[in-house]
Design a protein around this ligand. Structure first.
Ligand SMILES: [Zn+2]
Length: 367
């Protein structure tokens, strides 16, 4: 068995994704979670990227304008052909309001972003990416956003409910009209004191992924055998508050780790964008009852320790703006209410962990 620590994990993961040594023309992106990607640049691309990287000089909005480009790619990850010429000023109309509403550390991360990649045809609403060089050393941060979502357009569609209903087969990941069913769960996620609630939530979530990667909130080591990858969490890892300390993955990472299935038979079935096997609607109540009894802030948290940290951070940090989260079933039955968990014992340890974490003065906000 080969022992691997956090940084060479990237090496392992890139190997896992079937990527061979990098070609000089093609960069490699690896999804480590639904909307968290590691983008690996070639040596030439690294040189270009580092040379073109603007420093923040005072004004956050003009910095973001400088680092924003348009990509035709539908996939998450750094696009070497992203165009810096096609940026339209109206894209930034609401941005200063959103920036002002971001939690302090998240504001710093966002204002030091190395790239904001706008992708009109993106397959998810947004994603975060750590940019690494050929040696797998982190060199930058990036966020990708679907154009309509960033502009606040097309939001008449209930994207959160559409995403939730993917789990039960009520909605279709390829449906451009984001149709939902009255028979499926609906997500209510208001932030009454925010002007740009939806964009604020998505940005806070994506930036939380970057905060996690820059500061090792989820602290793990990986060991590799011929057909398995084993995640072992360190005792002070955020993941230890909800996940088994050891998670054994098959190398294709298609199946849930058996430790997670045993610990959480209902929540481990939540699958979102990657549903090969949806949950029978008759079991909706079982799933959300398990969620209410769990130490998760939202249903999406149960997807991976990375999503757990991003969702918990977002709920925790946006709570002062009135953030609430409910899942409501047919006939307006409340399936899950974050407020109930918040007042109960379930979230106590995580809230304490997050409070201590975000009170640290040494947290990294850029590479
Ligand atoms: Zn995420």
């Amino acid at each position: 068995m080969l022992k691997i620590s956090a940084s060479p994990l990237l090496l392992l993961l890139f190997g896992l994704a079937g990527c061979s040594e990098p070609s000089t023309s093609k960069l490699q992106s690896l999804r480590v979670s639904n909307d968290m990607v590691i983008s690996r640049l070639t040596a030439d691309q690294e040189t270009t990227f580092v040379a073109a990287r603007p420093e923040l000089q005072g004004d956050c909005v003009s910095h973001i304008e400088q680092v924003t480009c348009f990509s035709q790619s539908e996939d998450p990850g750094f696009d070497a052909d992203c165009s810096f010429k096609a940026v339209k000023p109206e894209l930034f109309q609401n941005l200063s309001k959103v920036i002002a509403e971001l939690p302090p550390l998240h504001q710093k991360v966002f204002c030091h972003l190395d790239r904001l990649q706008i992708q009109p045809g993106l397959s998810t609403i947004g994603y975060a990416s750590q940019i690494v060089n050929e040696k797998h050393e982190p060199i930058g941060t990036m966020i990708g956003f679907r154009e309509d979502a960033l502009k606040g357009q097309n939001l008449k569609a209930d994207l959160e409910s559409w995403k939730e209903q993917l789990n039960f087969g009520f909605s279709d990941p390829k449906d451009p009209s984001y149709k939902i069913s009255d028979q499926g769960p609906k997500v209510e996620q208001p932030i009454p004191q925010a002007e740009q609630a939806f964009v604020l939530y998505v940005l806070t979530h994506e930036i939380s992924h970057l905060v996690d990667f820059m500061n090792n909130a989820n602290k793990q080591s990986w060991t590799e055998s011929s057909d398995q990858l084993i995640w072992t969490a360190q005792p002070d890892s955020f993941s230890m508050l909800s996940w088994p300390p050891v998670l054994t993955y098959d190398k294709d990472m298609q199946k849930n780790p058996p430790e997670w299935v045993a610990a959480s038979p209902w929540l481990s079935q939540l699958c979102y964008y990657g549903c090969n096997q949806v949950i029978a609607p008759v079991h909706m109540l079982d799933v959300y009852q398990a969620l209410q009894a769990s130490s998760f802030f939202t249903a999406y948290s149960a997807n991976s320790p990375y999503e757990d940290f991003a969702e918990a951070s977002s709920a925790f940090l946006l709570k002062p703006l009135g953030f609430a989260y409910r899942v409501v079933g047919p006939q307006q039955i409340t399936f899950f209410d974050l407020e109930v968990s918040w007042k109960g014992k379930q979230l106590e340890a995580k809230r304490k962990w997050l409070l201590d974490f975000y009170n640290r003065s040494d947290l990294q906000y850029k590479y």
